[in-house]
Design a protein around this ligand. Structure first.
Ligand code: ZN
Length: 195
């Protein structure tokens, strides 16, 4: 006499599979909880970036975070340092001085360019961003028009955030170990991007 229906073997197999799957998910979650931000980890970061005057200049939401490889100089050094050791769910405010961000404004990084060097149909405005190719080297540069003078446009070749103290509110929303390919490339492959 058997207390079990004929199909008990299958039901048992199903239960075992189910249990293993749950166990594996639990391990992954536990591993994620144990990890803390450090070299060789891919960090998902929600953040808001403000300047001294409170103006918000950049942000990433928790459901569309910035994903970067820690320890590979993918982000500014001051922020990378401050994030080291944080765990998933940790949030903090971080102030980064220009020296640990985009540097001081370089007074020599301005260039007066005569108006006839610009395409004729381009309406120039202070604050306008331009992408330029240096003749000879082919090097690409970004510049902003800082002044319109009689002799030409004064271009600011500094990074737009040079000289700024940056105020971040950050939250670590995900952590995983980088793949060997990501380590070799020096950046994270996210959103299905691989190459
Ligand atoms: Zn890559």
């Amino acid at each position: 006499m058997s207390l079990w229906p004929v199909s008990s073997g299958l039901a048992g197999a199903f239960l075992v599979t189910h249990w293993l799957k749950r166990g594996r998910l639990k391990d992954e979650l536990e591993e994620q909880n144990e990890l803390s931000v450090g070299d060789g980890l891919v960090v998902s970061l929600a953040y808001t970036l403000r300047l001294d005057d409170g103006e918000e200049v950049d942000s990433a939401a928790g459901d569309d975070p910035l994903v970067y490889l820690h320890g590979a100089q993918n982000i500014i050094p001051g922020l990378e340092q401050a994030l080291t050791g944080m765990k998933v769910g940790d949030a903090r405010s971080v102030t980064v001085s220009p020296g640990n961000a985009y540097g001081q404004t370089d007074p020599d990084a301005f260039e007066l360019v005569p108006y006839d060097a610009f395409p004729g149909d381009l309406e120039l405005e202070v604050g306008m961003g331009l992408r330029m190719v240096e003749s000879g080297t082919g090097r690409q540069m970004e510049a902003y028009i800082s002044e319109l003078r009689d002799e030409g446009a004064l271009l600011d070749l500094n990074h737009p955030l040079a000289g700024e103290t940056l105020h971040f509110d950050v939250e670590v929303v995900g952590l995983r170990r980088a793949t060997s390919e990501e380590m070799a490339h020096g950046h994270a492959h996210s959103h299905g991007h691989t190459h």
